[in-house]
Ligand binder design. Structure first.
Ligand SMILES: [Zn+2]
Length: 417
């Protein structure tokens, strides 16, 4: 039986999160509440051949707030066993709902001590802060108590990505909290630079610092999960489309020993996943790929032709297809996957698709680049927060699909010229 994944956020936590993340969303709540029901799983098995589902366990609310979410999925776990579908407990990674953790020392800081926004209502947490690590550890341990097949951590991102990268200069990225500053000084023998990174050595050390921190975090969480007899995975986004050390913080070679499978989430539904062949052909671990067209909040329900294209490309390239089961927006209403009008996808209907462009070399910085990095690094976090929290600006950002444009842009850096 070939593995087939369903990336399926559901239950009351997902509905609550949508209200935190977006301004006054219209939600088909019943569709999210029915996602793990017997009937939905029967249809997922029958029509799509689903073997693995990533299901909501923790979205990053406080323990008290998300108790109903955890109870919701735990009560439904027997349904999964009945259809021989492996449920993976989805645990939100390095971000939390800001207001729910206002009195705890868990959040990343920018060079001016301000929080780093992850979305409306949520902020990045720092893996170097003991309190932040305790939150994620306790969630992984809590999931391990229940009969999940695995634990999965999403958004393993260490602070904000840089908005400008040059060979010898970047804008601020990552985190500059007091724990990061102390750990960096101890490991590299000099002070963590404030704001931009101003030399190749500062850039290399920042990348190394972030990657080693995330590898250490993953090793700890994988150890807990595997000790409980479960498999461990994280969302890698797309390590061949974006240079992960810069844009997420992790190093694939560092994480790999701690992962039991690879899960890629990208925006390649209208493009191609051929660039992932090095990962797929390495053949040491299963590779699941979830490809969106324009991404969460932009994609209406996929058509049968979309499903045929996903399954066919998966068969042609040798990866395991995974379908997002939630957070479609059709005619302005958020909803989960409706399987009533779909049938078993074809695996022989792969349309021609364009390969990703070859990454361009990173140029050295010019005067304007350095000026932009200096000024922008100070404004980055507050400007981003305003764009997410202000309803009019958030609507404009969404209409222009700025998030999609960023994720679609190839941010994988080639050799230096
Ligand atoms: Zn930090």
């Amino acid at each position: 039986m070939q593995p087939v994944g369903l990336y399926a956020w559901g239950g009351p936590g997902t509905i609550r999160l949508l209200r935190v993340k977006y301004h006054a969303p219209r939600i088909n709540e019943a569709s999210f509440m029915a996602l793990y029901d017997d009937a939905a799983l029967a249809e997922a098995k029958d029509k799509l051949g689903v073997t693995d589902m990533w299901v909501t366990f923790s979205w990053g609310f406080s323990n008290a707030t998300e108790q109903p979410d955890r109870r919701f999925i735990v009560e439904r776990l027997p349904n999964f066993a009945q259809y021989d579908i492996a449920p993976h407990a989805y645990v939100q990674g390095l971000n939390l709902v800001t207001d729910e953790f206002a009195d705890q020392d868990v959040f990343c800081r920018d060079p001016h001590g301000r929080l780093l926004p992850y979305s409306k209502g949520r902020s990045f947490t720092c893996p170097n802060k003991p309190a932040a690590r305790a939150v994620i550890r306790q969630r992984v341990e809590a999931a391990c108590v229940h009969p999940f097949a695995g634990v999965f951590i999403d958004n393993l991102m260490f602070g904000l990505p840089p908005f400008l990268v040059r060979q010898d200069y970047t804008s601020f990225f990552g985190c500059e909290c007091e724990h990061c500053r102390a750990a960096f000084r101890q490991q590299y023998g000099y002070a963590l630079p404030t704001g931009p990174r101003r030399s190749p050595q500062q850039i290399a050390d920042t990348l190394d610092f972030r990657a080693r921190t995330l590898t250490d975090l993953c090793a700890e969480m994988a150890g807990i999960t595997r000790s409980a007899g479960k498999v461990f995975g994280v969302n890698l986004y797309d390590p061949y489309w974006h240079t992960p050390e810069f844009h997420f913080g992790y190093s694939l070679s560092g994480l790999a020993p701690h992962l039991d499978y690879y899960l890629i989430e990208n925006h390649a539904l209208a493009a191609s996943n051929r660039h992932l062949l090095p990962l797929i052909e390495a053949d040491d671990k299963p590779v699941f790929v979830v490809s969106y067209r324009d991404g969460i909040s932009h994609d209406p329900a996929y058509t049968q032709a979309d499903l045929d294209a996903i399954w066919s490309e998966a068969a042609a390239l040798g990866y395991y297809p995974a379908l997002k089961a939630t957070e479609y927006v059709t005619d302005g209403v958020w909803h989960a996957l409706d399987m009533s009008n779909i049938h078993a996808p074809r695996r022989d209907a792969c349309p021609p698709r364009a390969d990703l462009p070859v990454p361009s070399p990173v140029p050295p910085s010019g005067w304007m680049d350095r000026r932009t990095a200096e000024l922008g690094s100070a404004l980055y976090a507050p400007a981003l927060r305003t764009a997410l929290e202000n309803p009019l600006l958030a609507r404009a950002v969404s209409r222009l699909k700025l998030d999609t444009r960023v994720m679609r842009t190839g941010r994988r850096y080639g050799p230096t010229p």
